[in-house]
Design a protein around this ligand. Structure first.
Ligand SMILES: O=c1[nH]c(=O)c2[nH]c(=O)[nH]c2[nH]1
Length: 332
C-alpha cells in the first residue's frame, strides 16, 4: 500500500525583464521566477484528474501579468508577495504558493559629462539614464511562501531574502590554527592565508499576516499587504535598506575581520545583520571555503615557499573539493 504524502508543482525559472519609465529615466529589473503550488491537487496525481490543474504554462503568463500590473515590480520582495497573494486568492483550491525570485544584478553605467545622465559635478561621472551593465553572477534572492491554511480569514506569508553567488577573496587577514591534530591531519596550521568564498546568505523576516477582506474572500487586494504597519507587520520587510545593509555588513566583516576561521567570521557577519535590522529574526550563511594551494615550484628550481608557506606568491585555485561552512544565527 502507498499514498501520496506531499505534492507541489509549478513552473521554474521563468525569465522576466521589466522596464519602468520615469520620463527619460529608466529603471530595469531582470528576474528568474519559480512558483510551486500546493493545495487540493492530489487527484491529479492519484486519479489522472486534470480538472484541478492550473497548467504550469498558465504560470508563465501569471508571472508576466503581475510583472506588467504590479506597482511593486522594482522590489523583488513585494513582487513575490504580490504574485503569491494573487495566485492563492484567485484559485480557491490552491492553498499555498512558494515563490522564489532571483534578481540579476543590472547596474547603471557611469559616463563622463551629463548628456545622457543625471546632472553630476562638472567633469565628473554621472549615471546613465538608460544604459546598464551586469555586475557579475551575484543574485539577490527572495523566497516568499503565502499560505492560507494556517489561520482562518488570513493569509500568512513568510518572507526570506538574501544573496547568492557573491564571490569574494582576501589575500591576507585570515588564519587557521589550533585545530584537532590526529593521524588524519595533513593540513599545516597557518597564520596567514588566502580566504575566498562564494557568499550564500538568507535572512528571514518575522511572518506577515494579511487579513482577507470579509465580503469578497476570493479577491485579496495586494494593497492590504503593503499597508505600512498593517496587522502582523512587525519589521522592515518593506524597507529597501535591508538588502543593502545586509550586503554591506557581509562584505565589510569579510574584509575587516582578522579571521580565525570561516566559522568565526561567518558568526560575526550574522550578528551584525541581526543587530542592524530589527525585522530580521534569523540569518543563515553557507560559505564554501575555496582553497588556494601554494605551489611547490622546486621541481623547476624556483623557491615559492620560503621562508614559509604563508609567504607563497603563486597559488593553484582548487575548484573541488571545498570546505562548506554553514550556520544559522537567530535573534534571542
Ligand atoms: O576556516 C576553516 N575552517 C575549517 O573548518 C577548516 N578545515 C580546513 O581544512 N580548513 C579550514 N578552514
Amino acid at each position: 500500500m502507498s499514498s501520496l504524502s506531499r505534492a507541489e508543482y509549478g513552473k521554474a525559472n521563468v525569465r522576466v525583464f521589466r522596464i519602468v519609465r520615469d520620463g527619460k529615466w529608466h529603471h530595469v529589473v531582470e528576474y528568474n521566477v519559480t512558483v510551486l503550488l500546493q493545495g487540493d491537487i492530489s487527484t491529479s496525481y492519484t486519479q489522472a484528474d486534470n480538472s484541478v490543474v492550473v497548467a504550469t504554462d498558465s504560470g508563465v503568463y501569471l508571472k508576466f501579468y503581475i510583472a506588467k500590473i504590479s506597482p511593486h515590480i522594482l522590489s523583488p520582495e513585494k513582487f513575490a508577495l504580490h504574485l503569491g497573494t494573487f495566485i492563492v486568492s484567485k484559485y480557491g483550491h490552491i492553498e499555498k504558493a512558494d515563490v522564489r525570485v532571483e534578481q540579476l544584478r543590472w547596474k547603471r553605467i557611469s559616463v563622463s559629462g551629463n548628456e545622457n545622465g543625471k546632472e553630476g559635478k562638472e567633469g565628473g561621472e554621472v549615471e546613465h539614464e538608460h544604459a546598464f551593465w551586469r555586475d557579475g553572477e551575484e543574485k539577490r534572492i527572495v523566497n516568499v511562501v503565502v499560505d492560507k491554511r494556517k489561520e482562518k480569514d488570513t493569509l500568512i506569508a513568510s518572507v526570506s531574502a538574501g544573496i547568492s553567488d557573491l564571490l569574494v577573496l582576501k589575500s591576507t587577514g585570515s588564519s587557521f590554527t589550533d585545530f584537532i591534530q590526529d593521524e588524519f591531519t595533513t593540513l599545516i596550521p597557518v597564520n596567514d592565508r588566502i580566504f575566498s568564498t562564494s557568499i550564500d546568505l538568507t535572512y528571514t523576516f518575522q511572518d506577515i499576516s494579511i487579513p482577507l477582506p470579509k465580503e469578497e474572500k476570493k479577491k485579496v487586494e495586494f494593497e492590504v499587504v503593503v499597508r505600512e504597519g498593517g496587522e502582523g507587520y512587525k519589521g522592515s520587510v518593506w524597507d529597501e535598506g535591508v538588502f543593502e545593509r545586509a550586503r554591506k555588513a557581509t562584505v565589510e566583516v569579510f574584509a575587516n575581520d582578522e579571521s580565525a576561521s570561516v566559522q568565526a567570521t561567518l558568526f560575526k557577519m550574522g550578528q551584525r545583520i541581526i543587530e542592524e535590522n530589527g525585522g530580521i529574526r534569523e540569518v543563515r550563511y553557507a560559505l564554501p571555503n575555496k582553497h588556494y594551494i601554494p605551489v611547490n615550484m622546486e621541481y623547476i628550481g624556483i623557491d615559492n615557499l620560503t621562508p614559509c608557506v604563508a609567504k607563497a606568491e603563486v597559488f593553484c585555485p582548487i575548484g573541488a573539493p571545498s570546505g562548506l561552512i554553514s550556520a544559522t544565527i537567530s535573534r534571542k
